[in-house]
Ligand binder design. Structure first.
Ligand code: CA
Ligand code: CA
Length: 298
């Protein structure tokens, strides 16, 4: 299996990035990743002020997927996520909803062991490992790994986790998949700018899908479809996430317009992924069971 080591980092997702590895469509690959601080706070005694500054959100990659062409979807099956033993959470004057209360940047190292993060070595938090940054080369100019848009990127969605399939639209030949910014656990909304930031390793299968296309990210969790939108404001993002689900249900899943809207308002969940990046991310979740029932009846 191809392994992409974490030294192959980029801070921009771009069609100009040179692939560091290639696989055939349908093959597996492993991505090793730094945490979003390039592991700079993992050693005991380090803090924001006594370590060299580094750009945030290094992403490992890109991986070239043979056969993936613009107009395809890239299906990324997330088969496994492993995380390191030390997570980092940071607060600071320029980040998060409570920013005015913190004049200095403060970090905390949180040990992760046997499925729990141990805050203050006292409070046990069950981990829910997720991939914060995952994206393909965008259409047009490169985009920072800080900013999520329709190519993916820094979506900080808790549902990008082991066992799901993420679909991203392909804009460049080979798709050019990169990822990083894993979290051992993160609250919905990521309200103070960090999850529990952690290095890791993800095993994925990447497949070019030819007979299905939507121009934004979509997740299949097995029991739900999830549309993801990243826009300038939370209002714009929620409207787009819901519209994407409506479009998916009516144009791809065979639902009549009024049935889609009625079933969305009764059974769809709108959830804020993150509020701290240059664009805000909201997702809409819709139960697949409703679709099965609907199509059975039709
Ligand atoms: Ca992030
Ligand atoms: Ca992060």
């Amino acid at each position: 299996m191809k392994v992409i080591t974490k030294e192959h980092v980029t801070h921009i997702l771009s069609r100009d990035n040179k692939p560091c590895e290639a696989i055939k469509s349908g093959e597996l690959a492993v991505f090793e990743t730094y945490d979003c601080f390039t592991n700079r706070f993992i050693p005991e005694g380090t803090d924001y002020y006594n370590t060299p500054k580094m750009p945030g959100n290094p992403a490992t990659g890109p991986l070239y997927i043979e056969g993936a062409l613009p107009g395809d979807m890239l299906k990324i099956d997330i088969l496994d996520i492993e995380t390191g033993p030390t997570g980092i959470v940071m607060l600071g004057p320029n980040s998060g909803n409570e920013r005015e209360f913190f004049e200095k940047r403060v970090i905390k190292r949180v040990p992760v062991k046997d499925g729990f993060a141990w805050y203050g070595n006292r409070i046990a938090i069950p981990v829910r490992p997720m991939i914060g940054v995952i994206g393909v080369a965008p259409e047009g100019e490169g985009v920072s790994t800080i900013t999520p848009l329709d190519h993916g990127g820094n979506m900080d969605c808790t549902q990008i986790r082991k066992g799901v399939s993420l679909y991203l639209p392909v804009f460049a030949e080979g798709a050019l998949l990169s990822m990083g910014d894993f979290h051992a656990v993160m609250g919905e909304g990521e309200i103070e700018d960090c999850g529990l930031e952690i290095e890791g390793k993800a095993t994925i299968r990447a497949t070019a899908v030819k007979d299905f296309y939507v121009p934004w990210p979509l997740i299949d969790t097995g029991d739900k479809w999830i549309t993801i939108a990243s826009k300038e404001t939370v209002d714009l993002a929620y409207q787009a996430a819901a519209r994407q689900m409506y479009t998916f249900l009516t144009e791809k899943a065979g639902m009549k317009e009024e049935d889609a809207a009625m079933l969305m308002t009764m059974t769809g969940d709108l959830i804020i992924c993150q509020t701290v990046n240059p664009t805000m991310t909201v997702r809409m979740e819709f139960p697949k069971r409703i679709l099965w029932e609907y199509n059975k009846k039709a």
